[in-house]
Design a binder for this molecule. Structure first.
Ligand code: HEM
Length: 410
């Protein structure tokens, strides 16, 4: 196989990290499906091709969908051996196994009125957070607002006690950072210990709710996956710990990145921010546009179950495929003037929440939180400005993207 210069140059965690978009524009035009030696994966960049791939789960398995960029260090693996083994969860399974684990989440989260019922509590949480820094005249909006709001909301949804939020937050972030290029061996070993503490917290909740269900997401999932009164086996506990760990992270880190990126985009463009402050009815549009423009999950992997042709390119069986949502969301064929962030853009389907059988079950919850976060901040601090000369760092990951900090003053 000959690999083109364009494909060889693709460096998503290096040169193309801060701005992957100009590279992707070139790829969509010149080589929309290419093999990346750096990722050892085929990268699919156009909206229509991703749509076809993601809707064909029999040929494109999700078994590797959260594949890290490298394997964890041996010391990390040694620590993790003391915890629960990694088992396939709803995100990384296919067919009936996937359906069995997805249904309890989707039933709980799409029960009419359940998400909406949380609106008042989320608004109060947003107000309280703003109160905690409004008098200071300056803050880091990611650390004090975009991060805590979804962590606290997700914890309440899962049924975690408020005092467990810091460990749930740190534990899920640690889990998602295993295999990241930012960590050296000693740092990752430390992170693995936090993952173990998080697993212990989750197994405690799984056992408690199995014995005595409450009105929360953990109870709904435990009751559906392990009906009956028999004590949980180690295998059942492992499955529950795995699914809760990945869903808690999927629920709050992504939403935090969604709020963080929306604020970053808006505060970097005074005209758009002021327009939103003047016309709050545009907030739902701004949420959709931020999700399109900077999707918190810029890409997910799939693995081919048989030889297949995508946009004229032959892929062998067992090939890893990166679905570049961040690229598809800027595809000019689909979104006119795609590189313009425009809060008045009429929303249309994008890939921030994926598509097909694995479509995000928490999209309504995420949208509600993003809307409230923008509404509350534009009302309370319309004079907020990003602090000048600030380099906004983003997490070095293929799967998750959002600002790590955002200093603003008013
Ligand atoms: C802005 C915030 C969010 C974004 C960008 C996001 C994005 C996504 C994406 C792209 C997928 C598809 C994965 C795939 O195709 O392999 C997904 C799946 C999922 N999301 Fe979200 N999500 C967000 C918030 C949430 C929330 C708040 C929850 C729960 C309360 C949640 C729960 C899930 C679950 C359980 C799945 C797995 C569904 C399955 O595999 O069948 N997400 N999410």
């Amino acid at each position: 196989m000959t690999v083109s210069e364009l494909a060889t140059s693709f460096d998503p965690l290096g040169e193309h990290y801060d701005d992957p978009y100009s590279f992707y524009a070139e790829a969509r035009r010149d080589e929309p499906v290419f093999y990346s030696p750096r990722l050892d994966a085929w990268v699919v960049t156009r909206f229509a091709d991703i749509d076809a791939v993601i809707k064909d789960p029999a040929v494109f398995s999700s078994v590797n969908s959260l594949r890290p960029i490298r394997s964890p260090y041996p010391a990390t693996i040694a620590v993790l051996m003391n915890g629960y083994p990694q088992t396939p969860d709803h995100v990384t399974s296919d067919g009936e196994a996937h359906r069995r684990m997805r249904v309890p989440y989707s039933k709980y989260l799409t029960t009419p009125g359940r998400v909406k019922a949380r609106e008042v509590a989320i608004r109060k949480r947003a107000e309280d957070l703003i109160d905690s820094f409004a008098g200071d005249g300056t803050t880091d909006l990611v650390e004090r607002y975009a991060g805590p709001l979804p962590a606290e909301t997700a914890a309440e949804l899962f049924g975690f006690a408020p005092e467990d939020v810091p460990l749930a937050d740190a534990g899920s972030r640690s889990m998602f950072s295993l295999g990241s290029v930012d960590l050296d061996e000693a740092e990752e070993e430390q992170v693995a210990h936090t993952v173990l503490a998080f697993q212990k917290l989750l197994s405690g909740y799984a056992r408690d709710r199995h014995a005595e269900p409450a009105d929360d997401l953990v109870s709904a999932v435990v009751t559906a996956l392990v009906p009956g009164q028999e004590p949980l086996t180690f295998e059942q506990e492992s499955e529950l710990v795995g699914t809760f760990a990945s869903t808690f992270g999927a629920a709050h880190i992504t939403t935090a990145d969604g709020i963080g990126s929306a604020l970053w985009l808006l505060l970097s463009d005074r005209e758009q921010w002021e327009l939103l402050c003047r016309q709050p009815e545009l907030v739902p549009y701004a949420v959709e546009e931020a999700l399109r423009f900077e999707p918190p999950i810029p890409g997910m992997f799939r693995r081919t179950t048989q030889p297949v042709t995508v946009a004229g390119v032959d892929l062998p069986e067992g090939a890893d495929v990166l679905l570049a949502f961040a690229s598809a969301n800027r595809d000019e064929e689909r979104f006119p003037d795609a590189d313009r962030f425009d809060v008045t853009r009429k929303p249309s389907r994008h890939f921030a929440f994926g598509a097909g059988v694995h479509t995000c079950v928490g999209a309504a919850m995420a949208r509600l939180q993003m809307r409230i976060a923008l509404q509350a901040l534009t009302e309370r601090l319309p004079g907020a400005r990003m602090e000048a000369d600030q380099h906004v760092d983003v997490r070095k990951s293929i799967n998750i993207r959002g600002p790590l900090g955002l200093r603003a003053s008013w």
